[in-house]
Design a protein around this ligand. Structure first.
Ligand SMILES: Cc1ncc(COP(=O)(O)O)c(C=O)c1O
Length: 406
């Protein structure tokens, strides 16, 4: 049967999901090597629950309230008690945030989607930093949003700054939001105070929202003096969304709880918040037991963060020691976050270098092209990697680079 109603055709999918779903060569090879069971120096670890730290003292399970497990009081913004916990978190940072301007989500990815749906028509544009977090391209596709990049460039002092000319050139009449990741994944850089001021002037003038992802904000390691620790309380006159969540703050990615703080001029804020409330009400995706346990967990976060900070610092120090006398690999300054970057001299094909390194030396690092670097060859490393393995892997990497790159 063939008619104009589509009979006889195949199943159809929306174009926005036309992704290349085959494994990239790097992931496919890494999975094979892991299966072979020979030791692999995997320097890409970023899962806090797979990095050999003992987080059991947090007493996660003991925080579930048995009565709460069998109760349900849907609230699109998230339970008021849980929003008060977020408010207290910002108060500790010296920022007074009204609980009525906080909205809980299951993840920051959900928060991005809500905001894209709030702000953007199909094909509207959102600016992201480059280098940046690879998930953005999928989040944007799902919401029919186009991404444009503004370059971050590294200075002599090892700090990354926005290229303002490139930033201005990336703006169009369709730009609806500017994403800032603070500190950024993978560059580890905080937004500079002057760059933020510049961005705010542009955003205010053109009525472009700012979305600031601060999931790594509690992991400052070597922040410059002009680093902006948080955009909460900082974006006067601009509709802005500050995102964070417990996947990094508490190292509990499996518990799925995040939030957004909505800020802006009163008239637009009210309207934005009501619209977001309806989006959130349509999903009600945050689970009650986690919201009820959240306060307890946050009360113990110093313990988790101290363990993670110790690992991050130890690994940065080890990296700097190991690479100190070797000029072929530049360990870039890590202002904060869970990643380290190596600039690799004499490497002209990042992908093949990284694949050969894994094959010949059994050392796994992410190639920079996963993260959209404007120039140069980079390796991206996960700073949560267990330190013994980290040291051995870095020494092998340096020796391999010395033999094969320069
Ligand atoms: C910059 C950035 N934002 C957000 C996330 C994920 O947060 P969530 O688990 O809340 O979606 C990640 C995870 O790696 C990240 O790197």
């Amino acid at each position: 049967m063939d008619d104009n109603l589509g009979a006889g055709q195949g199943w159809r999918f929306a174009k926005r999901t036309q992704w290349d779903v085959s494994d990239n060569e790097f992931s496919a090879r890494m999975a094979e090597l892991k299966k072979e069971g020979r030791p692999l120096f995997d320097l890409t670890v970023s899962n806090p629950l797979r990095c050999g730290l003992d987080l059991s003292e947090l007493g996660i399970a003991g925080s579930f309230d048995k009565d709460g497990l069998l109760d349900y009081r849907p609230d699109p913004l998230g339970l008021p008690s849980a929003r008060e916990v977020v408010k207290a978190y910002y108060a500790e940072k010296g920022v007074n945030v009204p609980a009525s301007r906080l909205l809980l989500t299951a993840s920051t990815s959900d928060a991005y989607s809500y905001i894209f749906r709030l702000l953007c028509e199909a094909d509207d544009e959102v600016l992201i930093p480059a280098p940046s977090y690879p998930l953005f391209s999928f989040l944007a596709d799902i919401s029919d949003v186009r991404l444009k990049s503004y370059a971050l460039e590294i200075g002599e002092d090892g700090l990354w700054r926005m290229n303002r000319a490139a930033f201005m050139a990336a703006l169009t009449v369709r730009t609806r939001a500017i994403i800032v990741v603070n500190p950024n994944n993978p560059s580890g850089s905080f937004v500079r105070s002057e760059d933020l001021d510049f961005m705010l002037v542009v955003a205010k003038e053109r009525k472009i929202a700012i979305i600031c992802d601060e999931v790594f904000a509690d992991y400052a390691l070597d922040a410059g003096t002009d680093a902006v620790p948080t955009l909460a309380g900082r974006c006067e006159g601009v509709l802005s969304f500050v995102l964070s969540g417990i996947s990094k703050i508490l190292a509990l990615p499996q518990m799925k709880l995040a939030w957004m703080l909505v800020q802006g001029p009163e008239d637009v804020l009210e309207d934005a918040f009501k619209r977001l409330e309806i989006i959130a009400d349509s999903y009600l995706s945050v689970n009650t037991p986690v919201m009820l346990a959240f306060g307890d967990w946050m009360g113990r976060r110093c313990h988790v963060q101290a363990l993670l900070q110790a690992r991050l610092r130890e690994n940065v120090q080890a990296m700097n020691e190991i690479l100190h006398d070797y000029e072929g690999l530049d360990a870039l300054r890590v202002e904060g976050g869970w990643y380290a970057l190596l600039r690799m001299k004499g490497v002209y094909n990042e992908e093949s270098f990284v694949l050969r390194l894994m094959e010949d030396e059994r050392v796994a690092v992410h190639p920079g092209y996963f993260y959209d670097f404007a120039e140069g060859a980079h390796a991206v490393l996960g700073l949560l990697t267990p330190t013994g393995l980290w040291r051995e892997g870095l020494m092998r990497l340096a020796a391999y680079h010395r033999r094969h790159a320069l």
